[in-house]
Design a protein around this ligand. Structure first.
Ligand code: HEM
Length: 349
């Protein structure tokens, strides 16, 4: 698909996602639908979708050990091994998974083929994609921190870790926003990092020719959706203030299963919520499932013990065999008659 078409389709989809609650709540006051029905439906789709997918993946046969090995395997005591990149047992696998999930280690090691032409000769280089790794890491960690900070809305008693995150994240005490001149609450670093990282990931897909070539609406859409989720949140915090006590009352009631559609709150809140609903309902059907898939990836979660543990295919069924002895017993007379050598001679009495 042409990349311009892919971007346009994704942009239109996100604009529609924003317009639906804008019109629904702004013009038709459908607060119960957008504040209660859709969020519960989205969470149900999210949970059921993930469980079904993970069970399906869990049932997939993995008869052989296929870990990616990127270091010396365990063999003789005098050969130095690499227990993380070539894990021998569970301990190594756990460390490897932690590196993968928390620091995106395989992305860190990832390189890109670059062709350069100089004086009529082509040169091939392996470029380290450090900016991709950095942007991916910043984006995921910022998202997590923002999500954790939101617990001040979700539970009555604000947990201690939220205060800690807020003070660490909000150390940029800008006070007055230079663009508007308005006094603003502490600017959260993760808000800036999230938006910058997504913008980078999006532009990278447009800028690098082969990324442009392989990118589909399924690649652009989630980026744009998360970007608009962030922008709507930033708008609420720094520009179009909403009543936080009403939000908290709504969120606490929602998670206690006694929801009340929030009243007297700006449409921007419903837009924020609806974007999130679309994101989580779309999640199980999208590439975002790598979030669960990384834990089930056999190239990461298996130890490399092929050399010292015999792995028997669990689906091996008993095969009917016909040994040479049985063959000779069956055809001995004919073989002797034809002058062929036999292991056991015909007994004569
Ligand atoms: C994982 C999902 C979510 C993401 C990524 C997200 C993102 C954001 C961001 C980036 C902000 C800007 C300020 C900040 O960082 O705190 C924000 C603010 C806000 N979000 Fe979310 N949000 C999410 C879920 C929710 C939910 C479920 C609610 C409803 C209960 C909500 C309600 C709000 C409100 C009321 C603000 C304004 C906060 C303020 O004025 O201090 N968000 N959101």
């Amino acid at each position: 698909m042409n990349f311009i078409l892919s971007v346009i389709i994704s942009l239109i989809a996100v604009v529609v996602v924003i317009l639906i609650p804008w019109v629904g709540v702004g013009a038709f006051d459908l607060r119960v639908l957008f504040g209660i029905v859709i969020p519960y439906a989205a969470i149900s789709i999210f949970i059921v979708g993930i469980v079904v997918k993970v069970l399906d993946w869990g049932r997939s046969p993995v008869p052989f050990r296929i870990p990616t090995t990127a270091g010396q395997e365990w063999s003789f005591p005098w050969i130095k091994t690499n227990p993380v990149d070539n894990p021998k047992g569970k301990g190594g696998v756990i460390v490897r998974m932690l590196f993968e999930v928390l620091l995106f280690r395989s992305l860190f090691r990832n390189t890109r083929l670059e062709y350069t032409f100089k004086d009529g000769t082509a040169k091939i280089d392996h470029e380290w994609e450090k900016w991709l790794w950095l942007a991916a890491l910043l984006f995921h960690w910022s998202f997590l921190v923002i999500f954790l900070r939101h617990f001040r809305f979700f539970v009555q008693q604000i947990p201690g870790f939220v205060h800690l995150l807020e003070s660490l994240d909000g150390f940029l005490q800008l006070g007055v926003l230079p663009v508007t001149g308005f006094g603003v609450p502490d600017v959260y670093l993760t808000d800036l990092l999230l938006l910058i990282a997504i913008a980078y990931l999006f532009i990278r897909r447009l800028y690098i020719p082969h990324m442009r070539f392989i990118s589909l609406p399924a690649d652009y859409f989630p980026l744009l959706l998360i970007f608009s989720l962030g922008i709507s949140g930033v708008l609420m915090r720094y520009f179009i203030r909403v009543d936080i006590t009403v939000v908290k009352e709504f969120a606490v009631g929602f998670f206690k299963f006694s929801p009340k559609a929030p009243e007297g709150i700006g449409v921007i809140f419903y837009i924020h919520l609806f974007i999130l609903c679309v994101l989580i309902a779309y999640f199980p059907f999208s590439k975002l499932m790598h979030f669960a898939g990384v834990f089930l990836s056999p190239t990461r979660n298996l130890s490399n013990n092929n050399r010292f543990v015999r792995h028997v295919n669990p689906w091996d069924y008993p095969v009917k065999t016909h040994t040479y002895e049985e063959y000779e017993d069956e055809f001995r007379e004919k073989m002797v008659e034809a002058g062929l050598p036999v292991d056991k001679q015909i007994e004569t009495t």
